[in-house]
Design a protein around this ligand. Structure first.
Ligand SMILES: [Zn+2]
Length: 469
């Protein structure tokens, strides 16, 4: 029985139910560690399909694992379902129009990610039944990928200890498998406390926490010149001390994301940022509390698995797009700047085409470097061989974390990309499960890349997952 045919048939049979689930998660648009309704939708389908679901894992009530089968090999299929704050946007509307101003939106396509991975787990479970393929398929319901590193907490809790390999995907503008890394990061809050006073009547009695936040920014801006160029330091002022300039601000807080290729490099920069924060407190006569929020590790690619996944994507081929789909994608593109479109342009060697929706599969890419982003898939990839694909779900040029992503999240073309990912992951999982030698090679590749380095959780043991502070 050909697994690609099987997975295609099964997933197409369940298409209405899968699309409805992705659209529901889009509508719920719940952010990190509060994805209650979204997790329910996925758990219900898993249970209906005969999976045993364990909920409330690793101190996160929206983390879960659905399991089918028994014994080894064990494959982990990773799903996400969290949204981003502030990105509320009407569906299928090619101009910025929030449903509710300031509300959440699926600006990274995780409604598709969670359900595409679910489709794969379900197809694989039926294939195991039909063929007697031995092993266990687990769907990992991973909450809070955005600013939460849910998977890093799940890895720390040992939930991946007996896993033989892991597969996942991410929505994007291209259908592609690429071998590259991502940046490790720390997320840290710096909370300054001063003393309030009448800003005109008795300014000498006040100690401004807002001044401390500003001076910390100045210090970090100077620090940027003296760290490795691959590192990234970004910040958001999460509390400014109120809206009254005539009150000396007693409370202010700033959140920093510190990124670098490897965790020890992040740690070194983190210590220096802490010194800057202490300096700002000293200068302003305030106190600073340093609150470690979460962290994730860099991604270790695994070409042994990636090449099997790529073969399957090639065999499935890119989806074909209808004139209506191309028309809407063109409208979305009209809202993008030339720079945004140019940032996503392919060279002829990379399979360039003019279609507003990527109409082919990119050749396998081996990029030893890394992009500027981070993912908590990184932590999984340290403890078990891991591969992922991207499937075209958005118009070419669409930047991540934008209203354009949200508005395309329920389109028929996004659904097509999602189901393509499900089929490719199901087929790859089945082939690898049936081939113990391939699993050994994938594990050997991971060991070789780590060169004796052991996984240490980048999150201190006392830090627990927390919703937005
Ligand atoms: Zn994402």
């Amino acid at each position: 029985m050909d697994i690609l045919d099987f997975a295609t048939g099964l997933i197409e049979d369940k298409r209405p139910q899968l699309l409805a689930a992705a659209d529901k998660v889009w509508e719920f648009a719940e952010t990190k560690f509060e994805e209650f309704k979204s997790a329910d939708v996925l758990q219900e389908i898993l249970e209906h399909e005969g999976f045993k679901v364990q909920r409330d894992l690793a101190d996160m009530s929206t983390a879960f694992v659905g399991s089918y089968g028994q014994g080894g090999p064990v494959v982990a299929i990773l799903g996400e379902y969290d949204a981003l704050s502030g990105l509320s946007q009407l569906a299928e509307t090619a101009e910025p129009k929030p449903i509710v101003v300031g509300a959440n939106g699926h600006g990274c396509g995780h409604n598709l990610l969670g359900v595409g991975a679910l489709a794969a787990a379900i197809a694989l479970r039926h294939y195991m039944d039909a063929t007697g393929l031995q092993g266990t398929v687990r769907y990992y319901g991973c909450p809070g990928e955005e600013n939460g590193s849910g998977k890093a907490f799940m890895v720390r809790a040992g939930l991946f200890d007996d896993v033989d390999f892991a597969l996942t995907w991410h929505p994007g503008t291209r259908t592609a498998v690429r071998s590259s890394s991502s940046l490790a990061n720390y997320s840290v809050y710096y909370r300054f406390t001063g003393r309030s006073a009448h800003a005109a009547g008795a300014p000498h009695l006040g100690r401004s926490a807002l001044d401390a936040v500003e001076l910390m920014s100045v210090g970090v801006n100077y620090l940027r010149e003296h760290i490795i160029p691959e590192a990234r330091l970004h910040y958001a002022m999460t509390k400014t001390g109120g809206r009254s300039p005539n009150v000396v601000q007693a409370q202010a807080e700033v959140a920093y994301l510190i990124r670098a290729p490897r965790t020890p490099q992040v740690e070194e920069i983190y210590q220096r940022v802490n010194d800057v924060a202490r300096g700002a407190a000293l200068m302003t006569g305030t106190k600073v509390e340093i609150i470690f929020d979460k962290a994730c590790s860099n991604l270790i690619p695994n070409q042994t698995l990636e090449r099997v996944l790529h073969e399957n994507v090639i065999k499935l081929g890119a989806p074909t797009w209808t004139p209506e789909e191309l028309e809407f994608a063109r409208k979305v593109q009209a809202s993008l700047t030339d720079a945004e479109l140019g940032n996503d342009r392919l060279t002829p060697a990379e399979g360039a085409d003019d279609s507003p929706l990527h109409a082919s599969v990119r050749p396998f890419q081996d990029i030893p470097g890394m992009g500027g982003g981070s993912t908590d898939v990184g932590d999984v990839s340290w403890v078990t061989p891991t591969a992922q694909l991207r499937a075209a779900t958005w118009a070419v040029g669409t930047p991540g974390h934008s209203w354009q992503v949200v508005t395309q999240g329920t389109t028929t073309y996004a659904h097509k990309g999602m189901l393509l990912a499900g089929k490719a992951i199901a087929a790859t999982a089945a082939q690898v499960m049936a081939d113990p030698e391939l699993i050994q090679r994938a594990k050997a590749e991971l060991a070789e890349r780590l060169a004796g380095e052991k996984y240490v959780s980048p999150i201190p043991s006392e830090v627990k997952p927390a919703p937005t502070r």
